[in-house]
Design a protein around this ligand. Structure first.
Ligand SMILES: Cc1cc2nc3c(=O)[nH]c(=O)nc-3n(C[C@H](O)[C@H](O)[C@H](O)COP(=O)(O)OP(=O)(O)OC[C@H]3O[C@@H](n4cnc5c(N)ncnc54)[C@H](O)[C@@H]3O)c2cc1C
Length: 384
C-alpha cells in the first residue's frame, strides 16, 4: 500500500497541530518553515539574564472549548493563569477592559455608580458591553462613555481604523473595546485560561516530535513549490505532488502576487533586561497615546518565573504597515482593497483540490491560538 503524504507550509501552531494529526493518522508529513525554528508568532526564547520571553509579544491561551485544551495538554502541562492588563489614561493607570474599578478611578464614585446602573438597565443580560453597543444606545451618558473609550482606550492602528469603524471587529483575542460591569480585573472571560509550563515553543516541539514528521527549517516553501494552473497540479521540486498540501502562510506569494501584495500591520519589538524585581501591577500595560511604545509586557508576570533581582520588559512600537509578508506580518490590514485581493487569491486556491488553508495569515484575519487549534483539528479530522 502506498504511504499517504502531506506537505505543510509554515510551522506556527496551525502547521504544528496539522502535522501531528496527519502523522497520527498515518501520513508521512514534510514541513517547510522559513525561520530557523518552529513556533511562528508563539516562539519564545530565554534572555541572557535567564528570563523567558515571548519573542513576538504576549500570547495568552484562553478558550471555552475543552477539546482544544485537552489536545494541547497531550504535549505538555499547563498552569492556570489570569491575565491582568492595565491601560494608561491621562496619567492614571487602570484595569483593561475598563471595569467598575477603572470607572471609579477615572470618573469618581458617584459617576461610576450612575454609569453602572445605566449599563445594567440598557444591557441587563451582559457582563461586558462593546463600544459600538454603547454608541448605538439611546443614552447620552453611555454614548459619551463609548466616545471616551474610542479616544482614550483604543490604540489607533490596532483596533481602531478610523472614527467610523471603532468596533473590535475580527479581534478575537483583544478585549480592549469592552466595558465590564464587574470588579473582576481579568482580561479574558473564557472558562479556560492557562499557559504551557515550559513555554509554547517546547510544547510545539514535543507536538511535532513524531517519526512521521520531517521538518525543514530555514526553508522558504515557495522555492520548492510551484502551482500549475491549467492542470490544478502542485509541483514539489518540479515533480507532481499528489498528497495533501496545507498552507498556513500569506496567499499572495503562492500566486506570485498576481493581484498585488496583501498588506499587514506590524510592530517593532524590543526587550530591556533590568536588575530589579517586578516593576508592575499587571503583566501588560497599554499606552494608547505612546509615541514609541504602545504596550509594555513584564514577561515574568506571565511565566511566573522565580528570578529575584532580575526582570525583562518587552516593548512594542506603534504599528506600521508593510506590503510584504516577508517581514513579520502581525495583523492583516483589512481594507476593502486588501479583502478583495484576498478573496481573489482564495478563488485561485479553490482550483487546487489538494490544498487546504489554515491559520491567521492564510485566512487573512485575526484568530486566537485556540481558534487556530480548533480549525486545524476540524480540518484534519475531515480529511482522514
Ligand atoms: C501581536 C499579536 C498578539 C496576539 N496575542 C494573542 C493572545 O494573547 N492570545 C491568543 O489566543 N492569540 C493571540 N494572537 C493570535 C495568535 O498569535 C495567532 O492566532 C497564532 O499564533 C497564529 O498561528 P499560525 O500558525 O496561524 O500563524 P503563524 O504563527 O504566523 O505561523 C506561520 C508560520 O509560517 C512561516 N512562513 C511564512 N512564510 C513562509 C514561507 N514562504 N515558507 C515557509 N514558512 C513560512 C512563518 O515563519 C511562521 O512560522 C496574537 C497575534 C498577534 C499578532
Amino acid at each position: 500500500m502506498t504511504k499517504k503524504e502531506a506537505l505543510i507550509i509554515g510551522m506556527g501552531i496551525s502547521g504544528c497541530v496539522a502535522a501531528r494529526l496527519l502523522a497520527d493518522a498515518g501520513y508521512q508529513v514534510s514541513c517547510f518553515e522559513r525561520e530557523s525554528h518552529v513556533g511562528g508568532a508563539l516562539f519564545d526564547e530565554v534572555r541572557p539574564n535567564g528570563i523567558s520571553v515571548q519573542s513576538h509579544g504576549p500570547h495568552i491561551f484562553h478558550t471555552d472549548k475543552d477539546h482544544v485544551y485537552q489536545f494541547l495538554k497531550r504535549f505538555g502541562s499547563f498552569y492556570p493563569y489570569r491575565h491582568r492588563v492595565l491601560v494608561e489614561i491621562k496619567g492614571k493607570t487602570v484595569p483593561l477592559p475598563l471595569n467598575a474599578n477603572s470607572l471609579e478611578i477615572l470618573f469618581g464614585s458617584s459617576q461610576k455608580d450612575e454609569l453602572l446602573s445605566r449599563l445594567k438597565r440598557h444591557f441587563p443580560e451582559q457582563k461586558r458591553i462593546l463600544i459600538d453597543q454603547l454608541i448605538a444606545s439611546s443614552d447620552s451618558l453611555l454614548i459619551d462613555l463609548g466616545r471616551y473609550m474610542i479616544e482614550n482606550v483604543l490604540i489607533n492602528g490596532i483596533n481602531k481604523r478610523d472614527d467610523s469603524d471603532f468596533a473590535a471587529a475580527d479581534d478575537s483575542y483583544m478585549n480592549d473595546a469592552y466595558v465590564d460591569i464587574s470588579t473582576d480585573d481579568c482580561y479574558y472571560t473564557d472558562s479556560i485560561q492557562a499557559m504551557p509550563r515550559d513555554g509554547f515553543t517546547e510544547l510545539l516541539n514535543t507536538m511535532i516530535s513524531h517519526p512521521g514528521i520531517t521538518i525543514y527549517t530555514d526553508m522558504d516553501a515557495f522555492s520548492r513549490i510551484t502551482l500549475l494552473p491549467h492542470s490544478s497540479t502542485v509541483l514539489l521540486d518540479g515533480m507532481p505532488f499528489s498528497g495533501r498540501v496545507i498552507i498556513t502562510t500569506s496567499l499572495d506569494r503562492l500566486f506570485d502576487c498576481c493581484y498585488g501584495a496583501l498588506e499587514y500591520r506590524t510592530s517593532k519589538i524590543t526587550f530591556q533586561d533590568m536588575d530589579s524585581d517586578t516593576t508592575r501591577d499587571g503583566a501588560v500595560t497599554v499606552s494608547p497615546k505612546g509615541k514609541n511604545c504602545i504596550r509594555t509586557t513584564e514577561s515574568k508576570l506571565i511565566t511566573l518565573q522565580e528570578a529575584p533581582g532580575k526582570t525583562t520588559l518587552c516593548m512594542e512600537s506603534p504599528y506600521f504597515s508593510i506590503a510584504n509578508s516577508l517581514d513579520e506580518p502581525f495583523e492583516p490590514e483589512r481594507s476593502e482593497e486588501n479583502l478583495k485581493r484576498h478573496a481573489q487569491y482564495m478563488e485561485l486556491c479553490h482550483n487546487y483540490p489538494s490544498i487546504s488553508l489554515l491559520g491567521r495569515t492564510a485566512h487573512y484575519r485575526n484568530l486566537s491560538i485556540a481558534q487556530c487549534v480548533e480549525e486545524a483539528i476540524e480540518c484534519i479530522t475531515s480529511l482522514k
